[in-house]
Design a binder for this molecule. Structure first.
Ligand code: C2E
Ligand code: MG
Ligand code: MG
Length: 755
């Protein structure tokens, strides 16, 4: 019964339970009231003949019964029926009784309706009913209700019991019980609220504890990045003072655009944002490591200070870039290297304009060798760097320039209309380049040769263009004038042969493909006065290569040093052998090239060889051409003087061909002068040559130098030479260059003039 009335307030629909409970109390009270009233009325009705009262009571009983029934499922319908019953009861009392007082009391039922309306329908219907109730109230004040309409007359004794009893039951029991029920609910819910808020406080404290000490920097924001809450770690990372900076927008601290929406970031549309690092106001690099959306449309953003990681990444990036740069650039000059030039040419060749001419121009810094020899490799490097800078400056804007190899720089001229235009441009660049550079207080010459290779129609191979530019460069280098050289097919063949010779010399020296021949020099009496060691190279691939050809290439390739070492050693060994076998031998002349004479270790090398083979200086003579002497004049004179002082013979070879004035002879510490065979060959044909020979011999006599005529091939030549006082002769007329063994056959036969 109590459970039915009061219901379980812990049920899930608790908010409705207390209302239903109040309704049941009211309806139950009303029903009980009416049941009692009906019972009492029934007894009185039969006694007083008012059976109609019974039907009224039955009607209200049915109404309240229906209300009770409805209340189980349709609570508001039950409440509405109750209100109707209240108004009905008031009306019934007013209409059916003839007692004024009773009618007034009956009206009081309706005063309970606003309260019920408020409980079940809200404030508005309640106020409406309050207003409505003023009408019957006013009508009661002004005039008594129209009683007795239905002319039911209860006995006075019965009527004065019913109405007060009804009011008593309704206002003293039903309504208070319903109110108690409501108050109870308020009390219980207030108590629960207190418990809930206490629990909330505890969980908030726990949340704060976790939020602050979670070990990650966490910020709670809205979709626009507005900071709702940030833990200490997050504030520290952002450099944010929560007290001073207030809420703020996270994006401001991360220098991010305000148009960013965190929802997009989580959706993955801008997922790369999570991978990125952002610079904070105090220079840290911070990443939004994790972003998640809460149920309340807020966002939890986990931040991470990636400054260390970022600087590592940055350093790595830089090193990769540097590595990439170095793999494509030359370290000394910072210019692109050969690989990059190839790539560039490849791109240009594949997309070149049909009406334009493209050229690869190469400059070779020839004067670098002199700089290296005189001031050392370091100065040579500086000269290269400076030359690269000067060249880059002299080139037109956006002209691609690379260091092709050690001392060769190449640049691409594209979009010219004619080859002439390119040659003129290269000439302009040449003129812009300085003639000399000041490095560490020394003035270094800037001498270079230039070669141009033009692209051919439909040419696609950059290597071919590079190769042709090198050939042109090589041709330019070999030519005496400093003009720009265009690639030529014949030159290419020659260059290929030089490359083969260059490679062959290196292996030939190791494989013993070189040997010495000895050509005798004879005196006026025909006796052998000396020998000239002449080098021969029998290459398995190239055949017999003439010394004029390979010596020149060896000089250019820097291989002459090895050749001279070989010749000196072989010649000394041969002299030793002859001395051992014959007790004596003629002095042997060794040819030195221009760069040999500039060698700082020349004297040392010669002395070491003489010591090793126990040979006196008198057995050795050195021939150096006039042109070789002029190329390194100061150094050559210095070294030759040193050799002369130690007793070695010095001869000036090919004299008269070096374009220097004959008076130059006085500068050289020569013991003998060899008249070039080109003059000797002209004897009998060319008076001018004969006069030159005469002049050389007179000059040599004045300077106390002996004279040797080279290339004497016939008696006419010999007669003329003897006539004008030449002392020694060399040529096929006497002896061809001979193998040592063949020469030895001559030793006993010809009385030798010994050293
Ligand atoms: P060179 O020092 O003037 O040598 C004389 C050249 O004239 C030799 O040529 C010789 O064979 C050639 N010759 C001698 N008599 C006659 C003649 O009657 N008629 C003609 N037409 N030629 C004659 P080769 O051996 O071919 O040497 C050429 C040049 O190569 C030499 O000229 C010399 O400058 C250089 N050379 C030879 N051997 C060596 C060497 O061991 N070291 C260096 N640095 N240079 C060398
Ligand atoms: Mg010679
Ligand atoms: Mg000669």
């Amino acid at each position: 019964m109590f459970r039915w009335l009061f219901l379980d307030e812990h049920s899930p629909a608790e908010h409705a339970a207390w209302k239903l409970s109040a309704l049941r109390i009211l309806l139950g009270a009303g029903f009980t009231l009416l049941a009692l009233f009906a019972l009492g009325a029934a007894l009185g009705a039969f006694a007083g003949g008012a059976e109609r009262v019974l039907s009224v009571a039955a009607f209200f009983c049915a109404l309240l019964g229906l209300a009770l029934y409805c209340s189980a499922r349709h609570m508001r319908a039950g409440a509405a029926l109750l209100i109707v019953a209240l108004y009905g009861a008031a009306l019934a009392v007013a209409v059916l009784t003839d007692n004024d007082e009773l009618a007034r009391l009956g009206m009081m039922f309706i005063y309970g309706s606003p309260l019920i309306a408020q409980l079940f329908f809200g404030a508005r219907p309640a106020i409406a009913l309050m207003a409505l109730n003023t009408l019957p109230f006013l009508s009661l004040l002004l005039k008594p209700p129209a009683t007795g309409v239905a002319a039911i007359h209860f006995s006075a004794s019965a009527s004065h019991i019913y109405a007060p009893s009804l009011l008593f039951l309704f206002f003293n029991i039903g309504l208070p019980l319903a109110l108690f029920r409501v108050l109870h609910v308020l009390y219980v819910s207030a108590q629960r609220e207190r418990q809930a808020s206490a629990a909330l406080e505890v969980s908030y404290a726990q949340y704060q504890e976790i939020f602050q000490n979670v070990g990650s920097a966490i910020v709670l924001t809205d979709d626009y990045g507005k900071i709702l809450q940030a833990n200490q770690l997050a504030n520290a990372i952002l450099g944010r003072d929560a007290a001073c900076d207030g809420e703020g927008v996270l994006f401001d601290w991360l220098s991010l655009d305000h148009s960013v929406r965190l929802k997009d970031v989580t959706d993955g549309e801008t997922a790369e944002m999570r991978m990125s690092a952002y610079r904070t106001r105090d220079g840290k690099m911070v990443a939004m490591e994790h972003i998640s959306q809460t149920t309340s449309e807020h966002f939890i953003v986990a931040l991470r200070d990636v400054s260390g990681l970022h600087s590592m990444h940055h350093a790595l990036q830089l090193s990769l870039e540097r590595e990439d740069f170095l793999s494509n650039h030359d370290r000394l000059t910072n210019l692109p290297n050969r690989d990059m030039l190839r790539q560039h040419l490849h791109a240009i060749l594949s997309g070149s304009d049909a009406g334009k001419v493209t050229a690869l121009v190469s400059f070779r810094l020839n004067s670098i060798r002199h700089a290296n020899q005189k001031f050392g490799a370091h100065t040579g490097d500086i000269l290269l760097r400076r030359f690269a800078d000067e060249l880059s400056r002299a080139l037109p804007k956006n002209c691609f320039c690379a260091r092709l190899r050690s001392i060769v720089f190449s640049f691409v001229v594209d979009q010219a209309r004619t080859p002439r235009e390119i040659i003129e441009l290269v000439e302009r660049i040449r003129n812009k380049l300085p003639k000399e550079l000041e490095i560490d207080g020394a003035t270094l010459l800037v001498q270079f040769s230039a070669g141009i290779a033009l692209t051919r129609q439909d040419e696609a191979d950059p290597d071919d263009l590079i190769r042709r530019s090198e050939v042109a460069l090589d041709t330019a280098r070999r030519s005496s004038d400093q003009s720009v050289t265009l690639f030529d097919e014949d030159d290419a063949l020659q260059i290929r042969r030089s490359v083969e010779i260059e490679v062959g010399i290196m292996s030939g020296l190791k494989q013993n493909e070189f040997r010495l021949l000895y050509q005798p020099k004879v005196g006026r009496d025909g006796r052998i006065a000396g020998l000239e060691a002449l080098l021969r190279w029998q290459s398995p691939t190239l055949g017999n290569v003439a010394p004029v050809e390979f010596i020149q290439i060896a000089e250019r390739a820097g291989l002459i040093r090895d050749i001279s070492n070989f010749v000196l050693d072989q010649a000394c060994a041969q002299i030793r052998s002859w001395l051992d076998r014959f007790g004596t031998c003629p002095p042997v002349a060794i040819n030195l090239s221009a760069s040999d004479i500039a060698r700082s270790d020349l004297l040392q090398l010669v002395e070491d060889s003489c010591r090793r083979y126990r040979i006196a200086a008198a057995y050795l003579e050195f021939e150096i051409t006039e042109t070789g002497l002029i190329a390194n004049e100061t150094l050559a004179i210095h070294h030759l003087n040193a050799l002369k002082t130690r007793g070695f013979g010095i001869a000036i070879d090919d004299f008269g061909t070096g374009y220097s004035s004959l008076s130059k002879l006085s500068h050289f510490p020569a013991r003998s002068v060899k008249i070039d065979r080109s003059f000797v060959a002209q004897i009998g044909y060319n008076q001018k040559s004969e006069m030159i020979i005469k002049a050389i011999i007179s000059l040599a006599n004045i300077l106390s130098c002996t004279t040797v005529a080279e290339g004497v091939e016939n008696e006419t030549q010999e007669r003329f030479l003897k006539q004008i006082g030449c002392e020694y002769f060399q040529g096929y007329y006497y002896h061809r260059p001979l193998e040592a063994l063949a020469l030895e056959q001559l030793f006993p036969a010809s009385s030798m003039k010994l050293a």
